[in-house]
Design a protein around this ligand. Structure first.
Ligand SMILES: Cc1cc2nc3c(=O)[nH]c(=O)nc-3n(C[C@H](O)[C@H](O)[C@H](O)COP(=O)(O)OP(=O)(O)OC[C@H]3O[C@@H](n4cnc5c(N)ncnc54)[C@H](O)[C@@H]3O)c2cc1C
Length: 337
């Protein structure tokens, strides 16, 4: 059997490794647009206090995966799925422009959401969703540090990622202002009491938090970036952290059912019996998307077992909690999905 996995995040790599171990006679290929190897996406938000992050974030190099007899086509994008010929089209520097599959595993993750007022201004701000994003931010910051200065960042969005990045930048010595459209931080994950203690922890670390401030625009003003709300203010750089959107375009162009994510049944199978989806991009029949490491690893291990004939029962989400990686903050009521 020929298995193609699209994406080299925790979903794709965990699946590929487990499936390879369970079914050594089958061919397993990962196609990924990443260049640097399989890395820990959660560690991105510790990317400013850890000096060796660009190396220590790598969990496994692509060569290490190749040593496990997993083919890895890196720096390449799957651009189309042809369901009738069971092939995928690939855009990349290598020889392979088309590959055929018996089973296709979509593990494409999610992309940063850009709120409507900021669309069209993408060149003016950063978002933090990949190692390439982190490297770009670190590269921007380095000339300030070389001159013994620290940049002043505006972060648009006081959700999980916005708060984590603000905390890490402030701990690394930078000035940070968070703009949050609602009246409390991380309102989707935390009870009001924990939002209040998070606010106090961030403020104590020097972060300025502006609540009830919907950003209307981000514009360039000479060397600075101006954030427009009721009051306009200038910054060295802006980070937009307004959530993530499952990558559904490839699947929807192939005629697969898509709602918020790619629709799958309780066997993580799309309506095409040869195509499966998991991780940040997959929407289960209960409407949930399990966009956290623990359930995704669990999905990937289950799917490898299922496709190699080890289990017949469907995937069941186990309860789990998650916590914000904000320096010095511990929620009293951990968020349960
Ligand atoms: C800054 C940050 C901090 C986080 N912290 C935590 C945390 O503390 N705890 C937690 O549980 N979760 C955390 N998360 C969420 C967690 O990292 C994600 O839920 C998880 O990484 C998603 O895994 P995935 O494999 O589904 O997708 P991803 O890790 O996004 O991997 C998908 C990969 O597929 C590639 N790809 C997409 N389309 C194509 C294509 N057409 N061709 C080739 N390659 C393609 C993408 O470039 C990407 O490399 C965090 C996320 C971020 C961004």
């Amino acid at each position: 059997m020929n298995i193609i996995v699209v994406g080299s995040g925790v979903a794709g790599v965990t699946f590929a490794e487990k499936y390879r171990a369970l079914s050594p006679e089958d061919e397993v290929t990962i196609v990924t647009n990443e260049h640097d190897g399989y890395y820990s996406r959660p560690l991105l938000s510790r990317g400013f206090t850890k000096t060796d992050i660009e190396q220590s974030i790598i969990l496994k190099t692509f060569d290490k995966l190749r040593d496990l007899s997993i083919n890895v086509i890196a720096g390449s994008e799957v651009i189309a799925i042809n369901r009738s010929t069971k092939t995928v089209a690939i855009d990349g520097p290598g020889q392979e422009k088309s590959l055929s599959y018996d089973k296709l595993i979509l593990a494409q993750g999610s992309a940063a959401v850009v709120p409507p007022p900021l669309r069209g201004s993408e060149k003016l701000f950063f978002s933090l969703n990949s190692l390439a994003d982190l490297k770009a931010m670190r590269k921007f910051r380095q000339p300030f540090l070389n001159q013994n200065r620290h940049p002043h960042w505006a972060i648009v969005g006081g959700g999980l990622i916005g708060c984590e990045v603000a905390s890490d930048l402030a701990t690394a010595g930078d000035k940070v202002t968070i703009y949050h459209a609602l009246d409390r931080l991380m309102e989707r994950q935390l009870v009001a009491q924990d939002s209040a203690s998070l606010l106090a922890v961030l403020q104590a670390s020097g972060v300025e938090v502006l609540l009830n401030q919907a950003v209307r625009a981000v514009v360039e003003e000479s060397e600075k970036i101006c954030v427009e709300t009721d009051v306009n203010a200038e910054f060295d750089a802006v980070i937009v952290a307004c959530g993530f959107k499952p990558r559904t375009d490839l699947a929807s162009h192939a005629g697969l059912d898509v709602a918020r994510g790619v629709n799958v049944n309780n066997h993580l199978q799309t309506q095409d019996e040869a195509i499966f989806a998991l991780g940040d991009m997959a929407e289960l029949p209960d409407g949930k998307i399990y966009a956290y490491i623990l359930p995704i690893r669990n999905q990937a291990l289950w799917l490898a077992n299922y496709l190699s004939g080890q289990v017949q029962t469907s995937w069941l989400a186990a309860p789990f909690t998650t916590k914000a990686k904000v320096h010095g903050f511990e929620a009293a009521h951990p968020y349960v999905l």
